[in-house]
Design a protein around this ligand. Sequence first.
Ligand code: HXC
Length: 533
Amino acid sequence: MTEPTKTKKTDAPAAAPKTTADKIKALDKRRDRIRNSGTAEAVAKRHNAGRMTARERIENLLDADSFMEMYQHRTHRATDFGMAGKDLPADGVVTGVGAVSGRVIHIASQDFMVQGGTLGAAHGDKIVEMMKMALKAGTPFVMINDSGGARIQEGIDALNGYGGIFYHNTLASGVVPQISLICGPCAGGAAYSPALTDFVIMVRGQQMFITGPEVVKQVTGEVIDGESLGGADTHATITGNIHFVVDTDQQALDVAKRLLSFIPSNNIEDPPAQNVSKPVDMTEIPELDAIIPDSARDPYDVRSIIRLIVDNGDFFEIMEHFATNIVIGFARIDTMVVGIVANQPAVKAGVIDIDAADKAARFIRFCNAFNIPLVTFVDTPGYLPGVDQEYHGIIRHGAKMLFAYSATTTPKLTVILRKAYGGAYIAMSCKALNADRLCAWPTAEIAVMGAEGAVEIIHRRDIKAAEDAKAKRKELIDEYNAKFNTPYLAAQRGYIDEVIRPRETRRYLAQALRTLQNKRDLRPPKKHGLMPL
Ligand code: HXC
């Protein structure tokens, strides 16, 4: 390796090499300059801050020696504002193809040490070329963001570059998985490319916003620091713009690798590592029989149920810190990859609010696009009432879940654990939305609403007229619970297929997944449905 060169004006052209050996040497020299884009000080500064260079990120994500760089000689043609002849190695973005655990991906990694990783025409073209190649070859596309945004000196060419990226993000959406890593600044319009991709992984200490604190102060008078406005924890907990928050570049790369291990390379492939030739795993899990509390009011963590059911207790949760009243993530059941959606009774009793509906709907859409079966665990008292929710459009947002489940054609399996009330019973992949298998535990309560609320509405006069209103109310609640709050009425009507012992859940799901491997669900042709956005 030669000493890294500082970003500089290109020297006056040297005499053209004459012999083949000289030509090869000249290529080596060029390549060295491109590969060593930052000064030793700049590299040391990164390392001291616990950060990697653009190339180190690629090396640490891909299998050893699998990276083949593409378009490394592309560079800008700008001449204004000191750009004439300016040497920008790889034009500030390293692009190419490689493998993660033996599976091919295309990748672009912005190099902040080259003009702040800013995006000019050539830089934008290179990223777009990677997306086109990913589409052509049917591979995931990974974009590592570390950039000062549009390269100011390239003006409208830079903006055009972003436009091309957004367009190709959209073309690739639902065809190949797209993952964004935010390992450096990601401000202004640059934030829209991650927003158009399927999963966003963000490193703490970096910021992502449309306008920074100064502009916010100028326009609205609000005073806020960058971290509170667009830091990783803000996005992970408040905005829902990212899916994973991590502390270091290495952790971001590890999350990307794990994510890739669950998803297929494109929309005509099945998810990886399906092994359908072995007999179905008939294991029972006795601990599940004791997990639902006796009182319907008592909370429990639904993730403890998920971990008992899935292979090796390995549940890869997504958006772990956002809308925690619903849980989503990937796992395997009897080696088959599944997407899991579960109400979380430990948070707000598992109610579905606007954020929960958005979170679940988007995940359901991803699973459907990439042939991943969905397993839904239900324990919810319903949609969240309230002025705030109504004013912010719970109807529109809640409808996204109905739309997403209804439009899903991959296998849909539902397990009703406890409460399945009202609209939320429907929204959590009920039979009428074309669920393929729907079972309930004996603890299931399937009704229009809970007993307390129901008797106040249908027996108000009886309670008022009773000598002992309290006793009457209790009698009516017991009667309602006995009639409606069980799974058996729904089973008699055929709204659920089976009532099972909790310990049988894993084998029930494994068998159903196996049976539905070749599910066909053809819909009328149309350009696209109109999901309530
Ligand atoms: C050209 C830029 C640049 C830019 C940084 N640089 N941003 N060059 N265009 N947008 C250059 C710097 O001049 C410097 O060059 C090198 O990159 C490193 O930048 P520093 O400022 O020294 O680094 P640092 O102190 O770490 O600060 C990083 C930063 C800051 C926070 C990102 O540079 C910054 O605020 N930049 C401007 C961000 C911005 O407003 N971008 C435009 C957003 S609008 P030298 O030669 O000194 O090493 C946008 C529109 C897109 O992106 C719309 C799409 C729809």
